[in-house]
Design a protein around this ligand. Structure first.
Ligand code: ACM
Length: 385
């Protein structure tokens, strides 16, 4: 331990307030649950881990300032946090310059590598590629894109457009709304969706706008069949806000859903219910924050350190039986091997799994394997630790 007079530290950068607070609170409590369990097992060689929490309120500048404050002033080198990609992008130069480590438990657009970031959520080859195949097979070839106006939706749509085109699909419109949409933004977007007469809507809208969009679609199609909305990010947290009647029939791809009935998932859900505040949902991104923090804690314990370099040495080659199944980090690109699932939301708001990858998918953030036919070439069993 670098400083035996200090407790081992982990900084948490999740917004308790702001546009993505529902989902970020689910991540924050996932990380806190892991720290609670690690400490119950003795922390870092008998020393309880101390979590330092900051609330950036969804503001990129505050993510950057809090990251710098935690590292420079508090001596933190290990952070778990960020949801929206532009918040990760502003934290990245800070953690690289100060040689800290960020666990990022969120799906994102890919095309990034930092030696100082561990990417715990899926890259496009792990979520967009199987989703595109599923949507074309089950719903049809005409898709309309709608996203919040920032990097994650724009880049994700770029990949999705390629995936659709490769199989003769057609993107009939591409719509962006502000991160904080007003009623008019949503209304105009829904009219464009209706005009496009697509088989399916691919949504990369995040945060509070998600429930508003789904509600507006439900209301616009109150007398006719509504097109399913497929998403990489809509979770139990957003469904809790929109209601089961509005969520019914929509589609999500993620490595975990709280409805999964394995023993590991049920134990996780039970632990979350006992630990999370009542208004915090159990989501795929709670699960990712949970297993990334557990993996971090185990590496801290093995390295007897909360310094980034020592911890990183013990993270590579380690695997964990997470609630979703076995997960591990690909040392070549710092992304994670994950088992993707596609679910349709039923009339009770429950995510019913319709498809599951037969084994963990190797992360390919630069989409080297780049089409619908061979995305499953990313399946990797030979590289399992
Ligand atoms: C995201 O912005 N990566 C959800």
């Amino acid at each position: 331990m670098a400083n035996p007079t200090q407790p081992p530290l982990i900084g948490l950068l999740f917004s308790e307030t702001g546009v993505t607070s529902d989902i970020e609170r689910s991540q924050r409590y996932g990380a806190l649950l892991a720290i609670e369990q690690l400490n119950a097992q003795g922390g870092v060689n008998g020393r309880p881990i101390k979590a330092l929490l900051r609330d950036p309120g969804g503001d990129p500048d505050r993510y950057r300032l809090y990251a710098e404050e935690l590292i420079r002033n508090q001596g933190v080198e290990l952070l778990v946090g960020c949801y929206m990609s532009h918040t990760r992008k502003v934290v990245m130069p800070v953690i690289e310059r100060l040689d800290a480590l960020l666990c990022y438990p969120t799906p994102y657009e890919g095309f990034e590598y930092s030696p100082n970031i561990l990417y715990g959520g899926p890259a496009p080859n792990q979520n967009s590629a199987p989703l595109a195949a599923y949507l074309i097979r089950h719903y049809g070839e005409r898709v309309v894109f709608i996203g919040s106006d920032y990097i994650y939706p724009r880049e994700s749509n770029h990949v999705m457009r390629h995936l659709y085109r490769q199989h003769g699909g057609k993107v009939v419109d591409e719509i962006y709304i502000p991160l904080y949409p007003c009623d008019d933004d949503i209304r105009q977007a829904v009219e464009r969706i209706a005009r496009a007469q697509a088989d399916v809507v691919f949504s990369t809208v995040v945060g509070t706008g998600t429930a508003e969009l789904y509600r507006a679609i439900a209301s616009r199609y109150s007398t006719s069949a509504r097109p399913p909305i497929a998403s990489l990010t809509t979770s139990e947290a957003e469904v809790a806000k929109m209601g089961a009647d509005v969520a019914e029939g929509h589609v999500v791809v993620a490595p975990y859903f709280s409805s999964i009935q394995t023993a590991a998932s049920q134990a996780f859900v039970q632990a979350c219910r006992a630990f999370f505040p009542e208004d915090v949902s159990i989501t795929a991104w709670s699960e990712t924050a949970y297993w990334q923090t557990l993996l971090l804690g185990q590496a801290m314990h093995r390295g007897d350190s909360d310094r980034s370099e020592a911890v990183l040495r013990h993270l590579y080659g380690a695997s964990l039986d997470a609630p979703q199944g076995k997960v591990w980090i690909e040392q070549q690109n710092n992304h994670s091997h994950l088992t993707s699932c596609i679910a349709e939301i039923d009339s009770a708001g429950v995510f019913q799994v319709k498809w599951q990858a037969p084994q963990p998918i190797r992360p390919d953030p630069y989409v080297v394997v780049h089409n619908l036919d061979d995305w499953s070439a990313s399946m990797a069993s030979e590289a399992q630790p």
